[in-house]
Design a protein around this ligand. Structure first.
Ligand code: NAD
Length: 246
């Protein structure tokens, strides 16, 4: 079981929004250290300074998660701090909100790289350490957009569908392998952060990001396997021969 007290937590996209609130809550819950990764150096400085001002051990690493070399360098820098994470929150994400025909190749690649590939790359880097220690919790912030159809957000939706497929499969792999490592997939609906600022969402109520941060902390606290729905349940419809076609 991963106890937040004494754990090292790494939060990507930790300089703002859901990531910053999650880092603050993990620090307040007694994490030994929080490490924030973000592309926004100024916001990251402010976030780390705020945590330190409250007496928490905090570090920030600036990187662009769309660049695999930058991820490798940030992994090395995190390990050099002596901060291999027990809790890894794959939170950073971007949205390109426009009709699919208006997406450039760069829009498509950047969205997939940041939202889908980066979480896999950095989880792959830290997972062997978690498995060797027999504990760890990987929390992947996907989206309700990964479970529903989303006009004007088709590539964002694709990246989140990809994340959910990977995250749920990894969860099953970790649980069936009795590794002691837990994986949680979180699928928020529209949240009141910078992400959808300016978007026309008048008909859809925005939820407070604190709700997501609280849900993440609760999921980590409850990570004993007998309190969680076994991931094997996901596969039962297929074992019964059901094949959704739509
Ligand atoms: P946000 O824009 O407020 O914060 C995202 C953070 O990620 C920022 O600090 C940003 O600088 C950082 N970031 C962006 N690109 C990066 C990159 N290339 N490398 C490193 N850091 C980068 O967004 P948020 O609303 O807090 O979203 C957090 C997560 O929640 C995202 O994965 C998002 O897809 C997901 N989510 C958000 C909503 C919503 O309505 N806001 C809904 C569902 C899911």
């Amino acid at each position: 079981m991963t106890q937040i007290g004494k754990a090292v937590a790494l939060v990507t996209g930790g300089a703002a929004g859901i990531g910053l609130l999650t880092a603050q809550r993990l620090a307040a819950a007694g994490a030994a250290r929080v490490v924030l990764w973000d592309i926004d150096a100024a916001a990251l400085d402010r976030a780390v300074a705020g945590l330190r001002a409250q007496g928490h051990a905090a570090d920030g690493i600036v990187l662009d998660l769309s660049q695999p070399a930058a991820i490798a360098a940030a992994v090395a820098a995190t390990e050099a701090l002596g901060a291999a994470p027990d809790i890894l929150v794959n939170n950073a994400g971007i949205v390109v909100g426009k009709p699919f025909a208006g997406h450039s190749e760069a829009d498509i690649r950047r969205t997939m790289d940041i939202n889908a590939t980066a979480p896999m790359l950095l989880t792959r880097a830290f997972l062997p350490g978690m498995i060797a220690r027999g504990r760890g919790h990987v929390v992947n912030i996907a989206s309700a957009a990964g479970m529903l159809s989303n006009p004007n957000m088709a590539v964002y939706a694709a990246s989140k569908w990809a994340m959910i497929g990977w995250s749920d499969s990894l969860r099953l792999e970790m649980e069936m392998g009795r590794t002691g490592v837990r994986v949680t997939t979180v699928c928020p609906t529209y949240i009141d952060t910078g992400m959808f600022q300016g978007a026309r969402l008048r008909l859809i109520p925005l939820l407070k990001p604190e709700r997501v941060a609280d849900a993440i902390v609760r999921a980590i606290r409850r990570d004993r396997i007998f309190l969680r729905l076994p991931a094997i349940v996901n596969t039962l419809p297929f074992l019964k021969g059901l094949m959704p076609v739509r």
